[in-house]
Design a protein around this ligand. Structure first.
Ligand SMILES: Nc1ncnc2c1ncn2[C@@H]1O[C@H](COP(=O)(O)OP(=O)(O)O)[C@@H](O)[C@H]1O
Ligand SMILES: [Mg+2]
Length: 366
């Protein structure tokens, strides 16, 4: 089902996944007069707290998927590891945006990187690795340091290991669970950036300003906007995001994570693509005229995108694990806007909330 008509207010948006991204999408839908229906296997999903409609079932449960499809007008995801079969099953019943074929590409780092390279966009050099013997051969080609990453189900640095001068290859292979993988050259980057872009059903693309991302323990800790890059790099980064969105015939919001190599080296390199709203776009809730969540809802509803206008210099800080317990301190900060996701349990490395600080003085520093 692809020839979908634009939704009217009151229509129901089905969201696969019940985490904080689903929660913020549901709130954006509500503000536009749309209803949200969350599908999640986990009764403790924090998105369930902000919706009246939900389906609690596994992604393999066809009866539940069918019932969900009947209750909604359009289907989207907040979580890219929704099984491709479930997305295809739903697509035979209701419009699914972005198209499930996008999931098939972005769920697998090898397919994703081949796709990006096929668009003429730079990535770190990479090689497929399916066995310890292939890892030995791959390290000859790629050199050290290198990063070994599982093809599927990696996030927040899980399923990857850096291979340095002394690292034993057998140990690295075991560390990622001996699963199908890619070996990538380690990029000596100057900074990491991302572009969050939205594409309308009609094909128009709007990019948010380029964001600079600082990771700690492989988890995003701080995003800053604007990124401290030259206008040429910012333009190139946005052009890459637009190229990827068009190549996917994408509808909705996607994020492209990139490395800016140290001066004198080659162009911006794509690290990975997230076919959904993204943590590095959370600043748009408080720092732009339209948020990434609203842009996504507008796009999948068949409504026009807004042209995003940034409100100042912005810093978004993730509250990870026990850091959420400092919420009272953040509430007392005059510039800080506090977002807590209402998750039932604090766990190390878990994203529990975020804080946005907007400095309205364009020349000022936070
Ligand atoms: N080839 C690489 N060179 C240097 N750093 C890397 C490389 N690949 C990943 N990293 C670091 O690890 C982080 C997480 O890796 P990424 O591939 O984005 O996986 P995840 O799915 O866990 O986000 C990146 O944001 C970056 O900081
Ligand atoms: Mg990443």
């Amino acid at each position: 089902m692809s020839a979908a008509r634009p939704l009217s207010p009151g229509a129901v948006v089905g969201i696969l996944g019940g985490g904080q991204l689903g929660r913020m999408l549901a709130m954006a839908a509500a503000r536009l007069g749309l209803k949200a229906h969350i599908y999640s296997p986990d009764p403790q999903s924090c998105a369930l707290e902000v919706v009246r409609r939900h389906t609690l079932a596994d992604y393999g449960d066809e009866a539940a998927l069918d019932g969900f499809a009947r209750e909604v007008d359009v289907i989207t995801y907040e979580f890219e590891n929704v099984p491709a079969d479930a997305a295809m099953f739903l697509a035979s019943r209701r419009p699914v945006m972005p198209d499930p074929s996008v999931l098939a590409t972005t769920q697998d780092r090898l397919i994703e990187k081949d796709f990006i390279a096929g668009l003429g966009v730079a990535t770190a050099p990479f090689v497929r690795v399916d066995s310890p013997a292939e890892l030995s051969r791959a390290i000859e080609t790629i050199g050290r340091p290198a990063v070994l990453k599982t093809r599927r189900f990696g996030y927040d640095g899980k399923g990857q290991v850096t291979i340095r001068d002394g690292t034993a290859l057998e140990a690295a292979w075991r560390a990622i669970g001996g699963r199908p993988a890619i070996l990538e050259s380690f990029v000596d980057f100057e900074r990491e950036i991302s572009v969050v872009a939205a594409r309308e059903r009609g094909g128009r693309v709007e990019c948010f300003d380029v964001t600079e991302n600082e990771h700690r323990d492989h988890i995003l800790k701080v995003s800053r906007v604007p990124a401290l890059v030259s206008p040429a790099i910012a333009d190139a980064a946005q052009a890459i995001a637009e190229t990827i969105a068009r190549a996917f015939d994408y509808v909705g919001v996607l994020a492209v994570e990139m490395f800016v190599p140290r001066a004198g080296e080659t162009a911006v390199m794509v690290n990975e693509v997230a076919p959904r709203v993204h943590n590095s776009g959370h600043w748009t809730l408080d720092g732009a005229s339209v948020s990434q969540f609203e842009q996504h809802i507008r796009a999948i509803a068949g409504w026009p995108l807004a042209k995003p206008v940034r409100r100042g210099r912005i810093e978004m800080i993730n509250l990870i694990g026990e850091e959420v317990e400092e919420y009272a301190r953040w509430l007392a900060e005059p510039h800080a806007k506090v977002h807590l996701y209402g998750k039932a349990h604090v766990r190390p490395g878990r994203k529990m909330g975020h804080v946005t600080c907007v400095s309205l003085d364009p020349a000022g520093h936070i």
